[in-house]
Design a protein around this ligand. Sequence first.
Ligand code: S5P
Length: 264
Amino acid sequence: MEAPQVWGKRWQENTLPMARRYMEVACRKQSLVCLAADRSTMAGLNQLIDEVGQHIAALKTHVDLVDDWTADSWAAFCAKAEAADLIIFEDRKFADIGKISRNQMAGVYDIRSWSDLVTAHLISGPDIVDGLQAGWADVNRQGGVLLLAQMSSRGNLLNPQYTAQVVEKGKTHDGVFGFIGNGSRPDELRELRKTVGEAKMIWTPGVNLAVGDGEMGQRYGDPAQAINAGSDCIIVGSGIHMADNPSQQAAKYAEVSWHALLNR
Ligand code: S5P
């Protein structure tokens, strides 16, 4: 099926190249799954893409938790992800002032050179988005920022007033690809979708087919309910990479997410 038909208003109202790219990849793969590839070795990460690459649309990384990271092995890993038609999303959760965030896109990990998306908190003000965009521009690349509007962890400090301000400042900025919402609470997500409107993306961690409490304060909601409530992408970590059969589980999450979108 074609992306404009499947995504409806989201396609019409969001003309950012990266958002359009995501919507197209999701249709090709029939999957709204972003894999949170939280494994700590390069071998484990590579194995994961080999096993589940065909069932996911995006790959979320935490580059700084890999024990045996080297620039070369990471470049090969990113090439593998690109060959698997994946959008690469570094979940760095930048939070500093604009100038430093720009410089943090470089450094030893050189995030600007391989990431298509990054996360940021807006706690330091909206210049962080310009700083991150300048980071990509420094290497003639384009990318999109996902602002944390909500979080899935219990007791987090992103209260409704904070969320509203993040959305207000982020929704008209071209550098903002969309928002991170809390996948574990469909009612809160529905409210978030109302304030965001139809244009920007909302991506949601805190989803698992096994609903309930996770490790260290993580909370999980149902993936289909999250999409129903307005999420455009479910971010799934341990539900896939800790499964006995990651490929089978990834296929299951893909199917659930795709049908939820078609129903929406
Ligand atoms: O509020 C949040 C935001 C993020 S980006 N809660 C989250 O859990 N995340 C990320 O999503 C977190 O860093 C992890 O990589 C992933 C969830 O993994 P899981 O194993 O709990 O599914």
